[in-house]
Design a protein around this ligand. Structure first.
Ligand SMILES: [Zn+2]
Length: 275
């Protein structure tokens, strides 16, 4: 069995800062860097013949159409990621529906792409998220953490009463491609000052990619047919030493016999296997 790796890149660009109300030139330029770094990231993937999945807010599609067309033309998957990177937990049902519809329209108009999957910004759900994913005709989500190396079907209608056992809702046909904060470059590398204090970005890229590779190695030991799902952000990943270690990580994975897949492929394989 070929152990698989899904490289996923959240191309948040300026939307990541807008949603925090940070629209002055400083934070905006951090978002801009994500667009600037797209060609070098695409170059790393192209030279190794690796296909990835880019989760892109509708706002980024409209702000950086050229970079999004480069991603599309290189054969990578483009999938939904909110309109302006909204925190879904703050949205009404109608507001959440609007972020999906507005983004689908932007993907179609700007790129001629019909996305089949979604990753919610900041990896959160409301009670409406799964029904809205079904309504939009998507086949997968990639925002939850209930498993690690294997997709699963998401539930809807869960309940968490304060004085009784958790109530598991109905299993749907939407495939979950699980994520993990320990496999996300943003909290590990990026510096951020907020009301909660300063998030220093405690790791060097070398340490982080060592951990990413260890995660893959463990998968080959216990679940060789699984898929390791790694998350990156072009505005975080694209800088100097991080790209150096990203390239080394990809080379190590190739030497270890990894096969690279998009999230759409993972979801379709899972559905085809009838699990
Ligand atoms: Zn994001």
């Amino acid at each position: 069995m070929t152990p698989r790796v899904a490289i996923t890149l959240d191309f948040d660009a300026i939307a990541l800062w807008m949603v925090r109300g940070m629209t002055s030139p400083g934070p905006v330029s951090r978002g801009e860097f994500g667009a600037y770094a797209i060609p070098r990231i695409l170059g790393s993937l192209r030279s190794r013949d690796i296909t990835a999945t880019f989760f892109v807010p509708g706002h980024t599609v409209e702000t950086y159409p050229e970079q999004c067309r480069m991603i599309r033309d290189a054969g990578h998957e483009l999938a939904l990621h909110g309109y302006v990177h909204e925190l879904v937990s703050t949205l009404t049902e109608e507001g959440e529906r609007e972020t999906i519809e507005r983004s689908v329209e932007a993907f179609d108009r700007v790129l001629g792409v019909q996305p089949v999957g979604l990753r919610t910004p900041s990896w959160d759900f409301t009670a409406h998220t799964v029904p809205l994913i079904e309504e939009a005709g998507l086949i997968y989500d990639s925002s939850l953490m209930g498993q690690d190396y294997e997709p699963y079907f998401v539930r809807k209608g869960d309940a968490c009463p304060p004085d009784a056992p958790f109530v598991f809702g109905e299993t749907t046909g939407i495939v979950e491609i699980p994520v993990a904060w320990s496999l996300d470059d943003y909290p590990q590398l990026e510096w951020l000052k907020s009301d909660a204090g300063v998030q220093p970005g405690p790791k060097t890229a070398k340490e982080m990619f060592e951990a990413y590779f260890d995660d893959f190695t463990y998968m080959t030991q216990i679940q060789p047919g699984g898929v390791s799902i790694a998350t990156f952000h072009p505005q975080v990943l694209g800088r100097g030493q991080r790209m150096l270690h990203f390239n080394a990580y990809l080379d190590r994975l190739l030497e270890a016999g990894a096969g690279f897949v998009t999230c759409e492929q993972v979801a379709r394989d899972f559905l085809a296997a009838g699990r």
